[in-house]
Ligand binder design. Sequence first.
Ligand SMILES: Cc1cc2nc3c(=O)[nH]c(=O)nc-3n(C[C@H](O)[C@H](O)[C@H](O)COP(=O)(O)O)c2cc1C
Length: 361
Amino acid sequence: MPSLQIPSDIAALVDYEKYAKQHLSEQAWAYIYGGSADEITARQNEQVYGQIKILNRVLTDVSQGHTQTHLLGDTFAHPIILAPVAYQKLAHQDGEVASAMAAEAQGGAFVLSTLSSTSLETVAKSGAGKKWFQLYFQNKREHTLDLVRRAEEAGYRGLMITVDAPINGLRNREQRAGFTLPPGVRAENCIHYQDSQSVEKGASAVFQGLMTSAPTWDDIEWISGETTLPVIIKGIINPLDAREAMDRNVAGIVVSNHGGRTLDTLPSPIDVLPAIRQVVGPDFPLLIDSGIRRGTDIFKALALGANAVMIGRPIFYGLATAGALGVAHILRLLRDELELTMALCGCSELSAISSRHLWHK
Ligand SMILES: Cc1cc2nc3c(=O)[nH]c(=O)nc-3n(C[C@H](O)[C@H](O)[C@H](O)COP(=O)(O)O)c2cc1C
């Protein structure tokens, strides 16, 4: 059982991993912690931040400092967003409701996955926080549209369309552990959308199977035309795709490799961020995720062109350790670390953070 208190020896996000591992089953841990194939990208996502060096500034007055930011027409106390992660009841019985409450308590944004283990309506009713809905295209357009209409009606303020996972990555760690969803945990939003696909004998289960209903840029145009919500595309790594997204007038992009869970050996988002910022210009909203574990990581991401960051796995670590309290504490830790980094670099607001605060050999 998760604790109702935060263990006293937790000082940083990394400390939550130890407790989460104790509270989760081996199978759930493999699903949550694992990456694709040999997990090269998943590992590198965290390590790469350590290779970027900060160039600090001294003797600057930051006594009016803050981390406030504006995104998609809303104001947030800090730029740390809870990423859409599926099946949060795997880690705690309160699942997505607990993490949405944590985001709200800390003045940040929350993104609900299509594959949430609590329905989007139930999460919406649980509090007044600013929530976005993450959309996975369904096999049938009518089902995709139904999800979007439900999210609009329930008061979600943005539509984050994930485009980098039309099929699951090679999850070898999960396969070895024999992970399946336990009883009581299922994709609550989609229970009425069951439609199976069949593949002719001899045909490819990938090309003629799963990928036949995978979305294309035409589908992005279609759904953007159907909704009044701002559309953010999640899962861009290639600057050419950033250009394609810009051409569709989307409201923002999440530079992401899905936490290293789709295609192994992709570069880390932070590596490609400067090139994507160059393509989209200075004012276009860019979010980044995959591997953010420290306030210094957030600072570096902002210095290289991001407007905000998202965290994925840490949500599960916080939930498994101490429920909503754990997730709220994770957000607070990251924000405190970001504030400390900003103060030691002479930045009193997020817009003051720039590549001049990074050391280039
Ligand atoms: C267990 C798990 C489930 C996830 N489920 C989804 C999902 O349903 N939709 C989605 O867009 N991304 C999903 N993601 C990816 C996250 O939104 C995010 O891109 C990634 O976790 C960021 O990397 P990080 O875990 O290193 O912070 C999932 C990630 C994990 C770890």
